[in-house]
Design a protein around this ligand. Structure first.
Ligand code: FEO
Length: 402
């Protein structure tokens, strides 16, 4: 797709990737994505905002060439240095070694390890710093943990435009740049929610701060780095309202303790039920429920885990290990916000039961507070073993009593 004019002296020069189905190894992208980058011209200076994934560098370069001579561009502003935005910087520097990379302090450090170069010009900017392009003065706004420590926004008051990189973004691709052209509104909204959950869900406090920092700005355009450019006449109100709601503390009817398990022959399932009954006997005011891991979408399980007061994992042992669905769930533990979160592990096994210590170790590595006891039963639990699972649930519940 060609360069596209957004507003006065501001162009989209990014790339579309409609066929992408998995982003960053773990994130499904049913509607593809875009790598948005922008070019803005002042009377004296020209700046790019973000590069693109390096596979799309040639498209990016062609789009830039429609607007400006790449060798004469002065700045490359990187609001966030994850390689989908900075990954082709090294190639851009080959075309224009005089470029100055404008980044936050953290971004400057990451960039050196991403480019493996130190021989380029860097301008480190702090919150409130300004950059004059000639008749257009850009302001930088610190936005840490949205979603990396390096993140910042770039505000262009002359054009009522803010460049927020991932913030308000979505992995969504139609052959249009502006939100007013979205043809599949429901699909966009689904992608927008999925993106928030995966990228910003772990950082609600920082999302609230990001919203606060931008609420008083006079904005017609939010130039995100994935998905459609957001406009006042388009989804502006929708995206702000969604973020406001999603980052607010969730009101729960009662504290919850989900018990995630998987079970080939019903033995770990039987233990899960007894553990649940044991916990309920001690904490009747809690919502305690079992979830067969293979019967629920991973996002639902991850959300139940993140919202929980504590959780348990019941795992059989297959091939001296926990089966893949258990590891998949462990891959969704929010390691940033769940440190010291109470959890416990149990399961039935056939020969030696390696899954239980393996899962326990994994949870400890993530710095969760793992209950020191396990409930580990060989093959089919007897009446006595079911009773011991019940009591295991009780003892775990007792550690949660305030
Ligand atoms: Fe689109 Fe955090 O990179």
């Amino acid at each position: 797709m060609s360069a596209f004019k957004i507003t006065e002296n501001t162009w989209w020069v990014g790339a579309l990737n409609p066929n992408l189905r998995v982003f960053d190894i773990v994130m499904s992208t049913d509607y593809g994505t875009t790598y948005n980058a922008y070019l803005i011209k002042g009377k004296d200076k020209t700046a790019l905002i973000e590069t693109v994934h390096d596979k799309y560098f040639d498209v990016y370069l062609d789009n830039i060439a429609e607007i400006a001579d790449v060798s004469k561009i002065d700045y490359i502003i990187l609001n966030h240095t994850e390689p989908d935005h900075s990954g082709s910087l090294y190639r851009l520097l080959e075309k224009n070694p005089n470029l100055t990379a404008v980044v936050s302090q953290a971004g400057a450090i990451y960039l050196k390890n991403i480019t493996n170069r130190t021989d380029y010009n860097t301008m480190v900017v702090k919150d409130g710093d300004k950059l004059d392009l000639g008749g257009r003065e850009l302001t930088f706004i610190n936005a840490p943990f949205l979603h990396w420590p390096d993140s910042m926004f770039t505000y262009d008051p002359a054009n009522k435009t803010i460049f927020t990189c991932d913030f308000f973004g979505a992995h969504y691709c139609e052959p249009y740049i502006m939100d007013t052209k979205i043809k599949f509104d429901t699909a966009y909204k689904r992608a927008f929610k999925g993106y928030y959950d995966a990228i910003f869900g772990p950082f609600p406090r920082y999302v609230a701060e990001g919203l606060k920092k931008t609420e008083s700005l006079d904005l017609d355009y939010i130039c995100v780095s994935h998905g459609p450019v957001i406009t006042k006449d388009g989804v502006y109100k929708f995206v702000r309202d969604c973020y406001e709601q999603w980052c607010s503390p969730q009101q729960r009817e009662k504290p919850t303790i989900p018990i995630f398990y998987t079970s080939a022959y019903g033995n770990t399932h039987a233990l899960a039920n007894e553990v649940m009954n044991g916990i309920k006997s001690r904490l009747p005011e809690y919502g305690v429920h079992t979830f067969d891991i293979i019967e629920h979408p991973m996002a639902e399980l991850a959300n139940a885990m993140a919202q929980s007061e504590a959780f348990l994992i019941g795992t059989p042992t297959i091939n001296k290990d926990a089966p893949p669905p258990v590891w998949s769930l462990l891959g969704h533990v929010d390691a940033i916000n769940m440190q010291k979160h109470p959890c416990a592990v149990f399961g039935s096994y056939g020969w030696s039961g390696e899954a239980i210590p393996a899962v326990t170790e994994r949870l400890k590595t993530l710095k969760l507070a793992v209950f020191e006891e396990n409930c580990k039963i060989c093959f089919v639990p007897s009446e006595n073993e079911l009773k011991s699972a019940y009591e295991f649930g009780q003892r775990f519940a007792d550690t949660l009593k305030k």
